[in-house]
Design a protein around this ligand. Structure first.
Ligand code: PMP
Length: 439
């Protein structure tokens, strides 16, 4: 070409509105959990592109399914005709999510469009105009999904007119000094009782692990109790498992860690293994409600549906939820061990391969976002790819491919511990990261 690096050409050609960069990674290839960057260096990917590359890179089952669909059915969708992969995928997803009432599946392209559809369909179908959600939640990057999101990244956007935000149950930074979540539940019930609010709320959006808000795992039993509360008020529960579903949490669905089943389940990211597809499963009275129509030309296209079918069958055939559970435990234990002498690690938490490492100012619980940004930069230098998240931008997020091995987990823990240590010692300067805005 003209001698410019991919990074330089990227800066001059691609809009900054689509970038969330922490270091200058230029990917040229990938295989399994490894990425190859420009220049040939290999890195262990502990992000899997924020959870999307659920099977890792160049998985033969995924490659084959996509190539076959591309060769035979490119261009079709479910808008004005039907196709076998889309129907089969919908049937599979209905089987996956328990529930006795009549249900349907809606297929989309991203977590954003899926959540947006739910935020529109529920108020219209239930005639309840209000929506409850958690502060810190990232439900998407389109106007509608942003309007129900409580994450700071969506602060500039006008909120849904009926949105009620409540704090997320965070055992590390508990609401009302109650790590069990009882005070928060009482607060939510109080809001529902106020001036008939309970009858106006159509649904409650919940992430069973709050991912972009900080990989926060709620206290045991909290979501079941919240679900009971919603049921008492006739409020539908919506589980946004876009990042933490489909095997990643060590079970097929993250809600299976609790004794409850959501009314509506939203899936995305890892569902397509890298291709753009999302899905919503929910009651037909919502999903078939005629006035809430929501269509885009390529919804349910056979290429992405075939990719999703390959992902689901590989997760099942290769026991990847079980692998996520086992390797995730090793990863958490090893990180705890390798960082035990470090005073700047406040909390290590997670389920399966959805893990967060909270970085704090030494010996306190005060968030340390500067250390987090420098740690992920240093980790990239040392050969591991991970990013930071959280309402204080101080949590290292690990969402590696579900095929991660124990030896890769051990390397990951050592690398993360070393990166924290190096960044803490000042090996990464402000100048190194000044071009990368992060969140
Ligand atoms: N929901 C959750 C829980 C997410 O983490 C994200 C993306 N970070 C989204 C929705 C939006 O998904 P997408 O970027 O695929 O539109």
């Amino acid at each position: 070409m003209d001698g410019r690096t991919l990074q330089e050409r990227d800066r001059q050609a691609l809009s900054a509105l689509q970038k969330l960069r922490f270091f200058p990674l230029s990917v040229t290839a990938g295989a399994g959990c490894m990425l190859v960057e420009e220049g040939g260096r290999q890195l262990l990917d502990l992000s899997a592109a924020w959870g999307a590359a659920s099977l890792g890179y160049a998985h033969p089952a995924l490659n084959l399914a996509v190539a076959e669909a591309m060769a035979s059915q490119a261009g079709a969708s479910i808008l004005s005709s039907t196709n076998a992969p889309a129907v089969e995928l919908a049937e599979k997803l209905l089987d996956l999510v328990p529930g006795s009432d009549d249900r349907r599946v809606w297929l989309g392209h991203s977590g954003s469009d899926a959540n947006e559809m739910v935020a529109r369909a529920v108020p219209e179908a239930t005639r309840r105009p209000r929506i409850m959600a958690f502060s810190g939640a990232y439900h998407g990057g389109t106007l509608g999904s942003m309007s129900i999101s409580g994450h700071f990244a969506q602060e500039g956007v006008e909120k849904h007119r009926g949105l009620i935000l409540v704090p997320y149950p965070d055992p590390y930074r508990p609401f009302g000094d109650d790590p069990g979540g009882g005070a928060l539940l009482a607060h939510i019930e109080h809001l529902l009782q106020a001036e008939g609010t309970g009858e106006e709320v159509g649904c409650f959006f919940m992430e069973p692990i709050q991912s972009d808000g900080g990989m926060i795992v709620p206290p045991p039993g909290f979501l079941s109790r919240l679900s009971d509360l919603c049921r008492r008020y006739g409020i539908l529960t919506v589980c946004d498992e876009v990042k933490v579903g489909l095997g990643r949490p060590g079970r097929l669905n993250c809600f299976e860690h609790e004794d409850f089943t959501p009314d509506i389940l939203v899936l995305g990211k890892g569902l397509g293994g890298g291709l753009p597809i999302s899905a919503v499963a929910g009651p037909s009275r919502i999903m078939d409600h005629a006035r809430a129509y929501s269509m885009q030309t390529l919804h349910g296209n056979p290429i992405c549906a075939s990719a999703a079918l390959a992902v689901l069958s590989t997760i099942e055939a290769d026991g990847l939820a079980g692998n996520a559970d086992t390797v995730g435990r090793v990863l958490i234990e090893e990180i705890m061990r390798a960082t035990s002498s470090t005073e700047c690690v406040g909390d290590v938490r997670g389920r399966g391969l959805a893990i967060g490492v909270e970085l704090v100012k030494d010996g306190t619980s005060e968030p340390n976002p500067d250390l987090a940004r420098k740690t992920v930069f240093r980790a990239w230098q040392l050969g591991a790819v991970l990013y930071s998240v959280g309402m204080h931008s101080n949590v290292l997020e690990l969402t590696p491919p579900l095929i991660l091995t124990e030896s890769q987990a051990k390397f990951a823990a050592e690398t993360i511990a070393q990166a924290i240590k190096d960044a803490h010692m000042g090996l990464v300067g402000d100048d190194d990261i000044s071009d990368f805005t992060g969140w």
